[in-house]
Design a protein around this ligand. Structure first.
Ligand SMILES: *Cc1c(COP(=O)(O)O)cnc(C)c1O
Length: 466
């Protein structure tokens, strides 16, 4: 090692010297974390010097590097983002945004003890489902209800309770995969029942079910083919007929409804989707649905229907492993309470507010933002207002689209790399902006940019450092 390097190494500040300057940082991050960061950075500098490289070994430089390290360490990777993908209920971006009422209810319960499993009038142990059962029954017309971690759990628990070691006929047209990890045949085998495939992919008749029923059959199940649609020469058995067949054989009829709708969506100008109320009226003994899809609440799975079946499900020891925590219960209850006043839903419930935003409203927002975004992006990019189509998402309504508007950003050079670089920059913002690149343009669908987040969206563009 030459003398020069030796001299530089001797100039490296000692750990204690750096720490002396970091009393405030130690108060914030703790002595151990700060000491560790200082040691790591000094050893990095030592290695650089030993390799003959230049390194900033002044105390000031060391301090700022260590402070950057400490603040990076505290950065969560679970971040709020601007969902400008055009998919309102985006499964990878957290599905439904919660209402203010749900957030308030969750935060009220979060900070202290609660009556989670305490019956206040009796002064003894209570049931956590009791807080929510009555309102589910009120909104669905069910006799009884229970709640679990998500709809996948609802399907698993229902089948494991009612069909363990028995068989369940399901139409071949309904053996769907939802979002990669939920596949009907897999969840059935894990819940301990045997799937009996009936009918064909495009056509299943009542006789197919009738032929499949034997002494081993536990129940009949219908699965909402949420995320795909078969068109053309198709046939599915109406719910009423399936319910009738099940009743004839004294079997429960279970419907996995998927997205969980409680209201007349057509009246809001959205595509029709059966409600839990209608499905139970059609003769389903149990309906299962998600809390964080169309319903607009926190992640949950709701099981509603006949009292004796719900009682069996609640007694299954697996229920304990799938139960909801107090925050989710509070958020779900507050979400459901909003449904008592359906007229206010499109203003109070973000999911329905976003889904029912008019094209004109989104377009005027695009017009408002176009210049600001153009300025922020500098000379290399051009920004245009674009007609777009939003999707409802989360596996519901695979075909229907909502007319929307947004910004279409293209690079003036026409180079794909430049557009991808901008997309990356958007992703690196403190609250990442998630759009989509399509045919050489970066599209930002503004349907999900709520006006009260607009300022933050614009402010952030300053950090793009283009
Ligand atoms: C979404 C969906 C599920 C899974 O629900 P999660 O709440 O995501 O667990 C199950 N079945 C159907 C038909 C669905 O659409």
């Amino acid at each position: 090692m030459n003398d020069d390097i030796q001299a530089k190494l001797r100039e490296l500040p000692a750990v204690s010297v750096v720490l002396e300057e970091m009393t405030d940082d130690i108060a914030r991050h703790g002595h151990q974390a700060v000491t560790k960061a200082v040691r790591e950075h000094l050893s990095l500098l030592r290695e650089q010097l030993q390799r003959g490289e230049t390194a900033d070994i002044a105390v000031e430089g060391v301090l700022s590097s260590v402070r950057r390290m400490l603040s990076n360490q505290n950065q969560s990777t679970l971040l709020p983002v601007f969902n400008l993908t055009g998919i309102v209920l985006h499964s990878n971006l957290g599905r439904a945004s919660l209402s203010e009422a749900a957030i308030a209810a969750m935060s009220k319960i979060a900070s202290g003890a609660s009556t989670l499993e305490y019956d206040i009038s009796e002064g003894k142990r209570g049931d956590r489902d009791s807080h929510i059962e009555a309102i589910i029954c009120e909104l669905t017309g069910a006799e009884a209800a229970t709640v679990v971690n998500n709809n996948a759990a609802a399907v698993l628990l229902t089948l494991n309770t009612l069909a363990l070691n028995k068989s369940v006929p399901v139409s071949r047209g309904e053996l769907v995969e939802i979002g990669g990890s939920f596949r009907v045949p897999d969840i059935m085998s894990r819940s301990g029942c045997r799937l009996i495939e009936v009918g064909t992919t495009n056509r299943t008749h009542l006789a197919d079910y009738a032929d499949a029923i034997d002494a081993d059959t536990a129940l009949l199940m219908r699965v909402h083919t949420s995320n795909y649609r078969i068109e053309g020469f198709t046939k599915a058995v109406p719910e009423r007929e399936l319910a009738h067949l099940a009743a004839q054989h004294d079997l429960p009829f279970v419907v996995d409804m998927g997205c969980g709708n409680l209201i007349d969506l057509k009246a809001l100008g959205l595509p029709h989707e059966a409600t839990a109320w209608e499905t139970l009226k059609n003769g389903a003994d149990l309906v299962l649905f998600s809390g964080d899809k169309l319903l607009g609440g926190p992640q949950a799975g709701i099981i509603a229907g006949e009292k004796s079946l719900i009682a069996q499900i609640k007694k299954n020891p697996i229920k304990r492993a799938l139960r909801l925590d107090k925050l989710t219960l509070a958020g779900l209850e507050a979400t459901l309470q909003l449904y008592r006043n359906p007229d206010a839903l499109t203003s109070q419930l973000p999911t329905l507010r976003l889904l029912t935003r008019s094209e004109a409203d989104v377009r005027s927002q695009a017009e408002r933002l176009c210049n600001l975004v153009t300025k922020a992006l500098g000379n290399s990019y051009s920004v245009d207002i674009a007609n777009l189509s939003s999707q409802i998402g989360s596996g519901s309504f695979p075909v229907e689209v909502l007319p929307s508007a947004g910004l279409a950003i293209s690079s003036k050079s026409g180079e794909d790399g430049e557009l991808r670089a901008l997309d990356r920059r958007f992703h690196e913002l403190p609250n990442p902006i998630i759009g989509r690149i399509s045919n050489g343009v970066l599209l930002l669908d503004l349907r999900c940019l709520e006006p009260n987040h607009e300022r933050q969206f614009v402010e952030q563009l300053k950090d793009l450092s283009l």
